[in-house]
Design a protein. Sequence first.
Length: 156
Amino acid sequence: MTIDSRIARALAAITEDDVRRDLLRIARPRHHEAAPAHLAEVAALVEAEWRRLGYAVSRLPVPSPAGAGDVIIGERGGAPDAQVVIVDAHYDAVLGSPGADDNASGVAVLLEVARAMTRPPHTRFDPVVCVDEIGKYVGLVHVEHLVTATVTAGRS
């Protein structure tokens, strides 16, 4: 069995109801100026769930012209020869929008993927959730770091 088929099997167990549960908690206005409380709640939800699942969680502050944001990084780690899989979503929303498609659905799916990837067979899985635009850039910097570390360690 290849790593890819194990990942596919883990993801196949995710149901629409699983994703909907988180989507309903996330899809409300969450914007750094207009709805900072819910933005913080979503960040705390992601952090708490990843910690519960056994991920090491860190936050990387990201300054931007629109205000500060965070990249939340959850890493579970794995065997030195394990494949690294990275999933990314942003947890903020456009001003005045509940952001169901921008990007509550992405965060809900990311949470379910993180849950699915903790079930055997284990694969190293490094999810990254970031804020829009500037966070996407920092998320890519984190991805580049992981790729460099993976290649240096002789993993793929």
